[in-house]
Design a protein around this ligand. Structure first.
Ligand SMILES: NC(=O)c1ccc[n+]([C@@H]2O[C@H](COP(=O)([O-])OP(=O)(O)OC[C@H]3O[C@@H](n4cnc5c(N)ncnc54)[C@H](OP(=O)(O)O)[C@@H]3O)[C@@H](O)[C@H]2O)c1
Length: 253
């Protein structure tokens, strides 16, 4: 995802069939019973572009100040998806805290965010490994000490354990297979655990990323896919267990 165009966004035409990248039949299941055929006309609109209802343009051009002064932590905000999200929040006027392990990559990401906001954004970089419980506790403490609150947390730090060339039995148990679980599940748990009390005070949002791989039996992807299934279930339980207003989302991409 890169910088959005400033022109009006196209509205994609509705498509009345299952997208080609989703399973078209249930022949991959491990049962010998005939599975029901999926509905032919799902009541969904397939979109391939940003459309008006979700366009962030109103936040960028000042029509809405909804994100001004919001404190947003993006774990995994030094690269790719996380960095794009951090840029969007910064352009919308939020205070952005980006977290990752590599200090060099964080510094570069901060430069990019400042360049996209003409130097106006407030950006804090914090180097931490989300697997390390103590490090997460400390980083959350630093954010609250500096800004007094946390409004939004995007948990984008994750690893795939790719390339998915080897079956699980040929992979190193910890340095390879379990490491994926550690970053994706333990890292998400650690972040959720320490930010939850602060998000509860601000009626905040915690968002984590799942993946289409949870729906596909890709050879070699057992660690990644099953860690993301676990992450999704964790978010479901965190959401039903909450005692304060708090939105917990798991997004599929
Ligand atoms: N890209 C896709 O097509 C895709 C599809 C579906 C789902 N997703 C999910 O979306 C999320 C972001 O994906 P991406 O492609 O943007 O990943 P990416 O390019 O590999 O970036 C990962 C980010 O997480 C950080 N990170 C990794 N391990 C960490 C750790 N232990 N502690 C703290 N930070 C850590 C990385 O920085 P450091 O390495 O410096 O720590 C980096 O900032 C992931 O959860 C991924 O599973 C991605």
């Amino acid at each position: 995802m890169s910088k959005l165009p400033t022109t009006t966004y196209k509205r994609a035409k509705p498509v009345g069939q299952i997208p080609h990248h989703l399973p078209q039949s249930h022949t991959h299941t491990h049962t010998t019973m005939a599975a029901p055929a999926p509905p032919k006309n799902l009541p969904v609109t397939v979109r391939n572009d940003v459309y008006d209802a979700i366009s962030p343009e109103q936040y960028f051009n000042g029509t809405s100040t909804a994100f001004h002064g919001k404190v947003v932590i993006v774990a995994g905000g030094s690269k790719s998806i996380g960095l794009s999200i951090a840029k969007f929040y910064a352009r919308a006027g939020a205070i952005v805290v980006i977290v990752a392990r590599s200090e060099g990559t964080l510094a570069d990401a901060k430069k990019q965010i400042l360049a996209e906001t003409s130097g106006k954004a407030e950006v804090l970089t914090l180097s931490a490994d989300v697997v390390e419980t103590k490090a997460v506790e400390e980083l959350v403490g630093k954010v609250v000490d500096k800004y007094g609150k946390i409004d939004i947390v995007v948990q984008s730090s994750g690893i795939t354990g790719g390339p998915w060339k080897k079956p699980f039995v040929e992979r190193d148990p910890y340095e390879d297979w379990w490491k994926v679980f550690e970053v994706n599940v333990r890292g998400t748990y650690n972040m959720a655990h320490y930010v939850y009390p602060h998000l509860s005070k601000t009626n905040g949002t915690f968002a984590a990323f799942s993946t289409i791989s949870v729906q596909r039996n890709l050879p070699g992807a057992s660690a990644y896919a099953s860690s993301k299934v676990a992450l999704g279930r964790f978010i479901e339980f965190a959401a039903i267990g909450k005692s304060h207003p708090l939105r917990l989302l798991s997004m599929y991409i």
